[in-house]
Unconditional design. Sequence first.
Length: 312
Amino acid sequence: MPSALESPEVGEEGDILHYEEIENDSVSPMDLSELLKEGTKESHDRAENTQFVKDFLKGRIKKELFKLATVALHFTYSALEEEMDRNKNNPVFAPLYFPVELHRREALAKDLKYFYGEDWKEKIQCSEATQQYVDRIHHVGQHEPELLVAHAYTRYMGDLSGGQVLKKVAQRALKLPSTGEGIQFYVFDNVSNAQQFKQLYRARMNALELDKNTKERIVEEANKAFRFNMQVFDELDKIGRSLTEEAQDGGFPVHDGKGDIRKCPYYADKLGTAGPGCPFHAAVGLARQPLVQLVLAACVAVAAGAAAWYIL
């Protein structure tokens, strides 16, 4: 996602959970890619308008919350790629098996190692919402492998599109290294041209030998995948509301995303350039001093007493 200062123009860079479509006269309304596009449009819009995603796009993402989101992705993709490996030779899924180009487990392991250290596996756990998502993926992979297409489609096509917007936002808002530590999940080293690859992926989907009923079930499963993602987002949003602003690096509230970040001297100071302090952040810093807090508390008590006397 862009920095806490600038919100991206999402329409220019693609959707956040899905992918942009290119007009193609050769596409039939009955092609699976078209059925999925039309059949998940409402779910797609709802997912992108969850509070977590909207805040993320504005750069309002605490580092601790981003770490938990990465943990959720780790468990999700571990399940998804385990089931994809299981079905790599199954004709209902095999044409969509691109482990070198798409698989995210190794990238997520690098991110978790960066955030949690060498013993990251002992420090993380699967959340309730994520576990429900994981359980569904395993069920599908083991009992209804044709529906695995829906889960792969929902995740990977979004990662190659809107996910690239989220990468930029996270890197700037969380001040992550320019060398890519912490955001390897969004880096697809073996996809040289994302748009061409997505066209190939859609063509492979459309070439699957599926009857009408199976295609409808895949669309229904894709909508379920969106719902699982939304449940994870809602869970993260609830956790985020319980985190203090100090969980954000630097100890101060993040910028509200409006205006030019460079015009706030506080951020200039953080970047090493001298200048007078930003009045808002100076006031916040002053208010955190114990003596000032004591004085403020006394003033509040006096004011409350006066108000009570006046009402009586």
